[in-house]
Design a protein around this ligand. Structure first.
Ligand code: PLP
Length: 474
């Protein structure tokens, strides 16, 4: 029996010692991650089979806990931090980000209200204002005007909040309808379901040959709905679609939104980071008409998941939808109206101190450092596209203006699937696929923190080897 007066908490000294060990472990992991097969090879249930049926009745020795990182956890890890990671979009991290995350955990702040930790709110507001300038976003997203930014967990939550605000703004008795292209991320339809529009209240708008939304088709769909007595309330345009990195034409879409009084949300979850660089900022033309915008530093800006930056042009619409003030949360600063309470800007009440890791990342790299890495990733992806184009058996199949290349071997769907599986089974690099016009298409997404040009070269070498043009590695 445990002595009722005894403290079972980890001592400060042990925390210090074990904390140093964990930081060392992470640094060693990043050193060796390149040598590990990128994709976990376990079968369903393998990890659970290694776990005891019941939770330990008594606390265990820390050495035993740590030992299981290698034996139980690592076999089931797919290495998103491998420099050979070219799948999906990256979920990259960096030293300053992990340290910010650790500090945030140690402080254990719950920043629902300004008063529950003023630094949590004010650093977030300030960093979000910095980013407006860093990314060349419209001034109306600045907190000094009617707008402002907030860190959400994900782009999915951002679009949900935007849709809730749009739905309530449009409320006039007619059922609200949302519009997005056939290539839009599934989070928009999920948001429509949660917001009560349902999948029936969602229209998938046709795209052009470059997989970008067709504004004429958007206008036609909205007119049909309006004539049927519905309220065309919300349009989600994407800058850098998940499948092929298509860029919806913002100026034309914005014009349609103005015509119908619809809310325009712009989802730049992955590609938005590129706007750090002047030469890629053209994508933001038309954004001055957007009601809301988001991008994910947790994809391509070296900041640990989760971290989505979400701005609105008029925060009153958002607050109208999400603000509830029960008595137990009342406090003088809130009543004064002089502070931001971010609980009113998203779905959950509680919130972590996410701004800390973002602040650390921006300060560590500086704007110039972030641009440098973005430019490298884009340059290597462009080189890769050139290599693919130069070989007759291969083709690039969608515009690749940034760091995602959609391509395929001319041998057809089965050949491409075999190539991808062979490369991924080898484990040195990892790619995923999509379907474009119904055809199996390979995607190479260059943006992992530790990726160097030689890893992109390796990817091309392994792809060609898998296609039988080079000897397949043993
Ligand atoms: N939007 C786009 C364009 C995406 O590519 C993704 C994910 O890849 C999302 C939204 C969803 O992101 P999250 O996981 O932050 O919800």
């Amino acid at each position: 029996m445990t002595d009722p007066d005894m403290s079972l908490h980890m001592t400060r000294d042990e925390f210090r010692k074990r904390g140093h060990e964990i930081v060392d472990w992470i640094a060693d992991y990043w050193d060796r991650v390149e040598t590990l097969p990128v994709r976990s090879a376990v079968e369903p249930g393998d990890i659970r089979a290694m776990l005891p049926d019941r939770a330990p009745a008594e606390g265990e020795d820390w050495d035993a806990i740590i030992k299981d990182i290698e034996t139980i956890v690592m076999p089931g890890i797919t290495h998103w931090q491998s420099p050979g990671w070219f799948g999906y979009f990256p979920a990259n991290v960096s030293g300053p980000s992990v340290l910010g995350e650790l500090l945030s955990s140690g402080l254990g702040v719950q920043g629902m209200l300004w008063s529950t930790s003023p630094a949590c709110t004010e650093i977030e507001t300030h960093v979000m204002d910095w980013l407006v300038e860093m990314l060349g976003l419209p001034d109306r997203f600045l907190s000094s005007g009617q707008g402002g930014g907030v860190i959400q967990d994900t782009a999915s939550s951002a679009v949900l909040c935007a849709l809730l605000a749009a739905r309530d703004r449009s409320e006039d008795g007619r059922a609200a309808v949302a519009y997005a292209s056939t290539q839009t991320h599934s989070s928009v339809e999920k948001a429509a379901r949660i917001a009560g529009l349902g999948s029936d209240g969602m229209r998938a708008i046709a795209v052009d040959a470059a997989y970008a939304m067709d504004p004429a088709a958007l206008r036609a769909a909205m007119a049909t709905d309006r004539d049927a007595g519905l309220a065309p309330a919300f349009v989600c345009a994407t800058l850098g679609t998940t499948s092929s990195h298509a860029f919806d034409p913002l100026p034309a879409i914005a014009e349609v939104c103005v015509e119908f009084g619809a809310w325009l949300h712009v989802d730049a979850a992955h590609a938005g980071t590129a706007a750090l660089c002047n030469e890629f900022r053209g994508m933001n033309v038309g954004l001055e008409h957007a009601d809301s915008y988001c991008f994910n530093p947790h994809k391509w800006m070296f900041t640990n998941f989760d971290c989505d930056c979400f701005w609105v042009a008029d925060r009153r619409a958002l607050l109208r939808s999400l603000s509830i003030l029960p008595e137990y949360l009342r406090n003088a600063p809130t009543d004064s109206g002089a502070v931001i309470d971010y609980r009113d800007w998203h779905v959950p009440l509680g919130r972590r101190f996410r701004a800390l890791k973002l602040w650390f990342v921006i300060r560590h790299y500086g704007v110039a450092g972030l641009k440098h890495h973005v430019r490298q990733h884009v340059a290597w992806a462009q080189e890769f596209a050139g290599w693919v184009e130069a070989v007759e058996d291969w083709e690039v199949v969608a515009p690749a203006p940034l760091n995602l290349v959609c391509f395929r071997h001319r041998g057809g769907d089965e050949v491409n699937e075999r190539i991808m599986n062979t490369v991924n089974d080898e484990g040195r690099v990892f790619l995923t696929h999509t379907k474009l016009d119904g055809r199996f298409t390979l995607r190479l997404s260059v943006g992992q923190t530790h990726t160097e040009r030689r890893h992109v070269e390796l990817a091309w070498e392994r792809l060609q080897a898998a296609a039988g043009q080079l000897p397949v590695a043993s």
